[in-house]
Design a protein around this ligand. Structure first.
Ligand code: IMP
Length: 172
């Protein structure tokens, strides 16, 4: 298996995730925050993020398929697993690993908005703005990166590399 080149090491990730947690809590100072993680890529980010947010927090997960195996988008988004609990009247934050074309988040935001949350925001560890096909609002972004394929800290290539404690790139 190829060794990815390190882009963000574990301590850089930890520092930024702690900052994001503070930003999110500042946006919802009083109430519980209901985090909805997008399986599977957001799992490490979500686990670190929720532990850094002070106060009341609840969590749920949703799964969609956007990419098949490989590195290019099919452009199609399909729900694989819905959230378990109602979003009605809650402060919801979608937690996603990366926003690339924006199609996945666009689909999720439209879907979850219909569930009548009190507020709906999105936290993404990474953003590749140059690849955007639809304009999606992302209130909390960890790092903005160029158009390159990244793996690690939840992100995969063909289901591999999710367990790396850092984010690296495979394409130089
Ligand atoms: P979008 O719908 O094009 O914004 O794609 C979002 C999804 O594509 C993410 O949740 C990832 O699963 C996947 N993805 C996009 N870019 C990368 C990457 O560089 N590495 C790994 N997965 C990626």
């Amino acid at each position: 298996m190829l060794s990815p080149r390190v882009l963000f090491d574990p301590s850089t990730l930890a520092t930024r995730v702690a900052d994001l947690a503070a930003e999110i809590r500042a946006a919802v100072p009083e109430d519980d925050i209901h985090f909805v993680g997008v399986l599977k890529g957001a799992v490490p980010f979500m686990a670190d993020l929720i532990r850094a947010v002070p106060g009341g927090v609840t969590i749920d997960f949703i799964a969609v398929s956007s990419y098949g195996s490989g590195t290019s988008s099919s452009g199609e988004v399909r729900m694989l697993k819905d959230v378990d609990a109602s979003l009605d009247g809650r402060h919801v934050v979608i937690v996603e690993d990366i926003v690339d074309t924006g199609l996945t988040l666009h689909y999720l935001q439209e879907l979850l908005r219909l569930r009548n949350p009190k507020s709906l925001r999105t936290a993404c560890l990474l953003s590749k703005p140059s690849r955007r096909k639809v304009d999606v609002p992302v209130e909390f972004i960890g790092f903005t990166i160029d158009d390159r394929f990244v793996v690690g800290y939840g992100l995969d290539y063909d289901e591999q590399y999710r367990n790396l404690p850092y984010i690296g790139c495979l394409d130089g």
